[in-house]
Design a protein around this ligand. Structure first.
Ligand SMILES: C[S@@+](CC[C@H](N)C(=O)[O-])C[C@H]1O[C@@H](n2cnc3c(N)ncnc32)[C@H](O)[C@@H]1O
Length: 250
């Protein structure tokens, strides 16, 4: 059995009781740490908490060569851990399909996700979000503008945009850098940059920071350590505005 287990948003207290029980009884435990990270616990703390050795997976281990995971799941109980909910904004649908094709049973143990936490922290209504996008760290000769195009299309439809920020081996994109990149993308595409953002840091922790305002204001705001995420809101419903005034310093 291959079970996708969500770790939730921030630390070891965020896994469900069902998830914890499964991991503690698993024959093998893998951790996918490239689409999201549990910033409030490192791998050795997780190993001590679960009482299991954990193998940390690189993107290639999952997307190109998942045979080991599937083989072990064919003969035992395998836990595949992911930050947040395991099936939100990740590529794990492919792994589940491959396991099913190999005749291996699969299941999902869900957990809290950044995609729902943003609504609670910002007051922006869940049903008003359009397509989400991700801002990658620019690389030499590579500067895609799809994120700002997605935001522009959502704004035309009066929909909010959830903007995920890039995670690389040892670096995490932060809100001020993401806003600067979005502004450069807007200039490159000849469109107006967004006039309002909501920045959220460390959702799920005891001290998440949530601030709403212009790009200039948020670039000057100290959001503290990662993970960070952004929302570009469309026109605000009066209740959404009031919530941002009360809880996000709008
Ligand atoms: C691709 S998404 C993966 C989402 C994850 N599977 C989930 O359900 O929460 C990862 C991105 O979401 C954002 N993110 C995830 N957890 C976060 C948190 N606790 N606080 C702020 N941003 C977070 C970051 O921008 C991060 O790069």
């Amino acid at each position: 059995m291959l079970t996708f287990v969500g770790l939730g948003l921030y630390d070891l207290g965020d896994i469900s009781v069902k998830g914890l029980d499964y991991v503690r009884n698993a024959d093998a435990v893998y951790l996918e740490a490239y689409t999201s990270r549990l910033m409030g616990a490192d791998v050795s703390e997780m190993e001590a908490f679960f009482g299991k050795e954990i193998r940390v997976l690189a993107r290639e281990d999952v997307e190109q060569d998942p045979h080991e995971i599937i083989e072990r799941a064919a003969s035992g109980q395998v836990a595949f851990l992911t930050g947040g909910d395991p099936m939100i904004s990740t590529t794990h649908a492919d792994l589940r399909i491959r396991a099913a094709a190999a005749g291996v049973a699969t299941s999902i143990i869900h957990a809290s996700s950044i995609s729902s936490a943003v609504s609670g922290l910002s007051g922006l209504q869940n049903y008003r979000f359009g397509k989400s996008c991700s801002v990658p760290f620019p690389a030499r000769g590579w500067f895609p503008t799809t994120p700002i195009e997605t935001i522009a299309k959502n704004l035309e439809l009066s929909l909010h945009t959830l903007v995920y920020l890039d995670i690389q081996k040892d670096r995490y994109m932060r809100i001020p850098e993401a806003i600067t990149i979005l502004e450069e993308m807007a200039e490159k595409c000849g469109i107006e940059p967004p006039t309002l953002y909501v920045g959220i840091a460390r959702a799920g922790s005891e001290n998440p920071v949530v601030r709403a305002g212009t790009g200039a204001k948020l670039k000057e705001t100290d959001f503290g350590p990662p993970l960070h995420v952004l929302v570009v809101p469309a026109d605000l419903h009066p209740m959404e505005r009031e919530y941002l005034e009360v809880f996000a310093d709008l």
